[in-house]
Design a protein around this ligand. Sequence first.
Ligand SMILES: *[C@@H]1O[C@H](CO)[C@@H](O)[C@H](O)[C@H]1NC(C)=O
Ligand SMILES: *[C@@H]1O[C@H](CO)[C@@H](O)[C@H](O)[C@H]1NC(C)=O
Ligand SMILES: *[C@@H]1O[C@H](CO)[C@@H](O)[C@H](O)[C@H]1NC(C)=O
Ligand SMILES: *[C@@H]1O[C@H](CO)[C@@H](O)[C@H](O)[C@H]1NC(C)=O
Ligand SMILES: *[C@@H]1O[C@H](CO)[C@@H](O)[C@H](O)[C@H]1NC(C)=O
Ligand SMILES: *[C@@H]1O[C@H](CO)[C@@H](O)[C@H](O)[C@H]1NC(C)=O
Ligand SMILES: *[C@@H]1O[C@H](CO)[C@@H](O)[C@H](O)[C@H]1NC(C)=O
Ligand SMILES: *[C@@H]1O[C@H](CO)[C@@H](O)[C@H](O)[C@H]1NC(C)=O
Ligand SMILES: *[C@@H]1O[C@H](CO)[C@@H](O)[C@H](O)[C@H]1NC(C)=O
Ligand SMILES: *[C@@H]1O[C@H](CO)[C@@H](O)[C@H](O)[C@H]1NC(C)=O
Ligand SMILES: *[C@@H]1O[C@H](CO)[C@@H](O)[C@H](O)[C@H]1NC(C)=O
Length: 495
Amino acid sequence: MQMQWLAMIMCLYAGVASARTDEEDQQQTSSGVSSSLPEQCFYRPPTDCPDSSRCPCKRITLANEPEGNAALCCNTDGQALEYGLSCIGFAHSNISYVHIRNATLDVFNVYEIRWRMLKSLAITDGRIKKVQGQFRMMTPTQCLNLSNNALMEVENNSLIRLAQLTTLDLSYNNLTHLPVLNIMNGREFWLDISGTNTLSCHDVYQYINKTGEKQITFNRENETVCSSLATWHWFNTTERVPLTQLLYLSSLQTECPKGDTWQCQCDISRMDIIDGKPPTHAVNVDCSGMQLTELPEKLPQNTILLNVSYNNITVLDDLSTNPCYEDLREFFADYNNISSINKLEGSKFLDNYALLSLRYNKIKSLPTYILSPSAHNKNFMISRNLVRLGGNKLHCDCNTAKYLKAWLQARILDSDEVMCENVKEKVIDLEPSKMCVYPGDWTDYIYYIIAIEVILLIGLIAKVTYDYWVFKTAGYLPWPANKMPKLPCDWLFET
Ligand SMILES: *[C@@H]1O[C@H](CO)[C@@H](O)[C@H](O)[C@H]1NC(C)=O
Ligand SMILES: *[C@@H]1O[C@H](CO)[C@@H](O)[C@H](O)[C@H]1NC(C)=O
Ligand SMILES: *[C@@H]1O[C@H](CO)[C@@H](O)[C@H](O)[C@H]1NC(C)=O
Ligand SMILES: *[C@@H]1O[C@H](CO)[C@@H](O)[C@H](O)[C@H]1NC(C)=O
Ligand SMILES: *[C@@H]1O[C@H](CO)[C@@H](O)[C@H](O)[C@H]1NC(C)=O
Ligand SMILES: *[C@@H]1O[C@H](CO)[C@@H](O)[C@H](O)[C@H]1NC(C)=O
Ligand SMILES: *[C@@H]1O[C@H](CO)[C@@H](O)[C@H](O)[C@H]1NC(C)=O
Ligand SMILES: *[C@@H]1O[C@H](CO)[C@@H](O)[C@H](O)[C@H]1NC(C)=O
Ligand SMILES: *[C@@H]1O[C@H](CO)[C@@H](O)[C@H](O)[C@H]1NC(C)=O
Ligand SMILES: *[C@@H]1O[C@H](CO)[C@@H](O)[C@H](O)[C@H]1NC(C)=O
Ligand SMILES: *[C@@H]1O[C@H](CO)[C@@H](O)[C@H](O)[C@H]1NC(C)=O
């Protein structure tokens, strides 16, 4: 009875002790990852390689681990690897740590059941073209090193089940795409993609954006570059983009205008990278379709393009008053509720803009002098200062037909879409001869009036002359002069 109790207590104690060492181990590994030096995968230098004339693999005993649960294989091809693994009895062993050096394989299949128990797998310094298949469910691998293999592809889903992976070394390969990483449970993740200069920046950026900078740590961050594919519109001009720039980009998202219910998108349109200097970048901000009623108050530095199309914006005051808008070169505010461009007068934007697009707004009148370059900008070039105003309905009159029409055709890109509010016609279809009919008639009336006045005057003079002649010859005044009341100055004639 007592012996049983003792055994039970000892068991309990052993359980607690082993749990504690587990904990300590975990603490050690996690602190190892969070420092700049990562946990190393099981790794042996070439000098440790077995004598290849016998078996290309050998078992190694690691400190604090059960005997012989690590294996090193060297200088193998596919066949030699199979042979090597069998001659160390890999299939029936409890090997958890494997390093395969200088293997020449077309395909390494991680789906094979023999890799299911591995805590660490390193396949380095060889020639492997492709990693294929998926690791099995619950594979406890924490460290995976595929460094220096000229690897072209790791299949998209290969690593998706490695829920405990914390260290992934893909350095010095020829990958263009990053496989999907299982980083869901918020653990620290350490990634080395240095020397894999062909890797798509877009893939890498997705992880930066997804996890935030804290979760994913890049080894040799300063030496890492990624490739901007032609399809990734952010970097058309730069082929190789330093990772540090990419990390910087993610901070851009925090500067991007946002409100409680809306969030603009900020992109880099171009980047000038000069060694030793902070990068200068040009930012595009897209706030289209956010139900905004006014322009965003703040924009990231160096914003050169702003798209606020499909909102309910009514005024453009910020363009001339807000310092954040100073670098703006292209402004798109199509489909809004803007009724006037008067506030743009004298703004810095008008001095330098490349494109102003106010299609489908509520603009009724166009003070052309505001958009006429000569007023502001002596360095005007016709290729710049482009304006689009299609879909607006101007108030049309004779002036519109005579002058504005020509101005639109000369200055407005989509002048054939500018409409009239009061006439069902496009402005460019207006005919001055039709629009100016009323003013033409009016000048004709003037002549009639003058003619009538001249006739009346002649009639009056004739009548006065006639009256005078009658008075002289007959001595009386004809009607109506004889009916007129006496006037104070009549005595002059009564002599
Ligand atoms: C992976 O292997 C390379 C050798 O090619 C080594 O330099 C590197 O330290 C290893 N990485 C890890 C995380 O063990
Ligand atoms: C790599 O292995 C091949 C045989 O597969 C061998 O010929 C070559 O010398 C090895 N390279 C190194 C650096 O050990
Ligand atoms: C492998 O480990 C299991 C328990 O984890 C044990 O039962 C088995 O004997 C071990 N096999 C070898 C070959 O050591
Ligand atoms: C890999 O997966 C991502 C999303 O999980 C997908 O966008 C991408 O097209 C996939 N790539 C390939 C080659 O299947
Ligand atoms: C892999 O990239 C290196 C340079 O990074 C290059 O020298 C080598 O030819 C590439 N290998 C393949 C198979 O494309
Ligand atoms: C960055 O993340 C936000 C949301 O978290 C997403 O809307 C945006 O598309 C991401 N950007 C890129 C380039 O993946
Ligand atoms: C990377 O470079 C920056 C400045 O160029 C430096 O401040 C930082 O310490 C470097 N980081 C590493 C890990 O070398
Ligand atoms: C980059 O190139 C793509 C196509 O190659 C093009 O659609 C895109 O507009 C370009 N982006 C910039 C900013 O020039
Ligand atoms: C502005 O946003 C609208 C709506 O999303 C889009 O159709 C348009 O192409 C954008 N314009 C530019 C120049 O990006
Ligand atoms: C503009 O505001 C009106 C109501 O004020 C709303 O019905 C409409 O959907 C809004 N349009 C846009 C594009 O936000
Ligand atoms: C657009 O502005 C006019 C006044 O200029 C206003 O009456 C109308 O409600 C506005 N429409 C929207 C959708 O905000």
